[in-house]
Ligand binder design. Structure first.
Ligand code: GDP
Ligand code: MG
Length: 445
C-alpha cells in the first residue's frame, strides 16, 4: 500500500525537523503512482501532486508520527477536500415539478440510476418527505429503452410516462412536463439516450431537451471504471450543458475511486450519489473520506489516527496504556471509554476500526449504537457501586435488577453491557499477549 511505500522513503528522515522539498518530492513520486493505479486521470494526478507538494514542504515533522504517516495525512486531507467535504443533496426546492435530467454515455447506468433516485425520493429515504415522482425515458435510439424504464418503474413503485411510439425526445419531454404539472407531480425524472462516444447529434438533442425542460438538476452519470477516459467524458458533457452534479456508478466493483477525483477536478461539481449495485436500493450518498481512503488503499487508518488525535488526551492515554499493560480493564474504564466515544462521534463510526468493537457492537441488539445508547450505558454504570465496577463478576441477578431500576433500563440491557465489557477486555488481553501494538493502546485512551 501507499503507506508501506512511503514508510521506506521516509524511514531515514525520522527525528529531523522539517520536510524539505527533496523529501516531499520523493514521497510524491509514490503518491503519483498510487493515484494512477487508482485510475485518476494523468493531468489530474499531476495537478494534485503539485498542489500537495507546495502544502507539504516546510511542515514540521511531528514527534509522534513518522514523516510517512504525516505525508499520507496531508495527501488524504487534500484528497478529501478535493472530493468535496459533504454529501450534497438534490435541489428540489422549486415550483413543482422539479426536473432532474440524467445524462451520460451508453451503459453508464443512467436508466438504473433514474429508477434508484426516483425510488429513494418517492419512499422518502434519507429522512426527507415523500415525493410524488414521475419518470420518463427520452431514449428513442435503443430498442426497448422506454420499456426498460417502465419495468423498473413497476419494481420501484414509481409511475412512468405512458409510451407513445414515434415521438422525438423533445416532444416526449414536453409531454412529460405537461403530465407532471397537470397531475401534481413533485419531481420529474428525465432519462436520456446514451452516447457511445461523444456524438454531436446526440449532444444537440440533449441541449434541446434541457432548453424545454429547464431542469433544476442535470446529473452526469459516470461508470467509476471509466479510468483515464473520465476526463474527456466529463469535459465534453460539461461543455455542452450546465451540470449540477455527478453520479458514480459501479462503486461496488473493483474500481478504486480514481474517477471521482477526475470528475471533481474537471467539472467542479459535487458527486451526489454512488451506485453500489444493480438493485434499486443500491444507491448511497457519496462519502469523500471513504473514497479518499480507497484511492490511497488504506481503509480507515487515516480516520482513526485523526479522531484519536482530536479526542485523546495524552495523559489519559498513558494511564490507560499502563492499565492495559497490567491486564486490567474494569467498568470504570469502560465508562471513560464510552465518554470518549461520544466525543469521537459515536460507536458506529469506530466499529470495525478497533479490535473487539465490531463484536461488541453486534452484541448490542438493534444495531445503531447512537448517542442515546451510549448515554444509557453510562447510566447503568453510574447505578453500580464502586465495587461492582471493579469486580463485574459479582453482579448477580439481584444486583442486575437494582442496576436496571436505577438506570431506567432492563436486566437485558445490563446483560448486554456486561457482555460488551467482557468482549472488550478479552480483546485487549489478546492485544497485550500479541505484544506490541503500543499505538493501539494509546489510541484506546
Ligand atoms: P444506461 O445505458 O446508461 O441507461 O445504463 P443502464 O442503466 O441500462 O445500466 C447498464 C448496466 O449497468 C445494467 O446491467 C445495470 O444493471 C448495471 N448497473 C447500473 N448501475 C450499476 C451499479 O452501480 N453497480 C453495478 N454493479 N451495476 C450497475
Ligand atoms: Mg438507458
Amino acid at each position: 500500500s501507499l503507506s508501506d511505500r512511503l514508510g521506506g522513503v521516509f524511514d531515514r528522515l525520522r527525528g529531523r525537523g522539517a520536510l524539505t522539498e527533496a523529501d516531499v518530492r520523493g514521497a510524491m513520486r509514490e503518491v503519483r503512482v498510487a493515484l494512477l493505479e487508482a485510475d485518476v486521470a494523468l493531468p489530474v494526478a499531476r495537478d494534485f501532486v503539485e498542489k500537495v507538494t507546495e502544502a507539504a514542504v516546510g511542515q514540521n515533522v511531528l514527534r509522534s508520527v513518522t514523516p510517512g504517516q504525516q505525508v499520507v495525512k496531508i495527501v488524504n486531507d487534500a484528497l478529501v477536500e478535493m472530493l468535496g467535504s459533504d454529501a450534497s443533496e438534490l435541489e428540489l426546492g422549486v415550483t413543482p415539478p422539479a426536473v432532474i435530467m440524467m445524462v451520460g454515455l451508453q451503459g453508464s447506468g443512467k436508466t438504473t440510476t433514474t429508477a434508484k433516485i426516483a425510488k429513494r425520493l418517492s419512499a422518502g429515504q434519507g429522512g426527507r418527505e415523500r415525493k410524488k415522482v414521475l419518470m420518463a425515458s427520452l431514449d428513442v435510439n435503443r430498442p426497448n429503452a422506454q420499456e426498460q424504464l417502465a419495468v423498473l418503474g413497476t419494481q420501484a413503485d414509481v409511475q412512468t410516462l405512458p409510451i407513445v411510439t414515434g415521438q422525438q425526445p423533445v416532444d416526449i419531454a414536453r409531454r412529460a412536463m405537461q403530465a407532471a404539472k397537470l397531475q401534481g407531480f413533485d419531481v420529474l425524472m428525465l432519462d436520456t439516450a446514451g452516447r457511445l462516444h461523444v456524438d454531436q447529434a446526440l449532444m444537440d438533442e440533449m441541449r434541446a431537451v434541457a432548453d424545454v425542460a429547464q431542469p433544476t438538476e442535470i446529473l452526469l452519470v459516470v461508470d467509476s471504471l471509466t479510468g483515464q477516459d473520465a476526463v474527456n467524458v466529463a469535459k465534453n458533457f460539461s461543455d455542452q450543458v450546465t451540470l449540477t452534479g455527478v453520479v458514480l456508478t459501479r462503486m461496488d466493483g473493483d474500481a478504486r475511486g480514481g474517477a471521482a477525483l477526475s470528475m471533481r477536478a474537471v467539472t467542479g461539481k459535487p458527486i451526489k450519489f454512488a451506485g453500489m449495485g444493480e438493485k434499486l436500493d443500491a444507491l448511497e450518498a457519496f462519502h469523500p473520506a471513504r473514497v479518499a481512503g480507497r484511492i490511497l488503499g488504506m481503509g480507515d487508518v487515516v480516520g482513526l489516527v485523526e479522531r484519536a488525535a482530536e479526542a485523546v488526551q495524552q495523559d489519559e492515554a498513558e494511564a490507560m496504556a499502563a492499565k492495559l499493560a497490567k491486564g486490567q480493564f474494569d467498568l470504570n474504564d469502560l465508562r471513560a471509554q464510552l465518554a470518549q466515544m461520544r466525543r469521537m462521534g459515536g460507536l458506529g463510526a469506530l466499529a470495525g476500526m478497533i479490535p473487539g468493537m465490531a463484536k461488541a457492537k453486534a452484541a448490542m441488539a438493534g444495531g445503531g449504537m447512537d448517542e442515546r445508547i451510549l448515554l444509557r450505558m453510562d447510566a447503568m454504570i453510574t447505578s453500580m457501586t464502586q465495587k461492582e465496577r471493579t469486580k463485574p463478576e459479582m453482579i448477580n441477578a439481584k444486583r442486575k435488577i437494582r442496576i436496571a431500576k436505577g438506570s431506567g433500563t432492563t436486566v437485558q440491557d445490563v446483560n448486554k453491557l456486561l457482555k460488551m465489557h467482557l468482549e472488550m477486555s478479552t480483546a485487549m488481553k489478546k492485544i497485550r499477549k500479541m505484544g506490541g501494538l503500543k499505538g493501539m493502546a494509546a489510541m484506546f485512551g
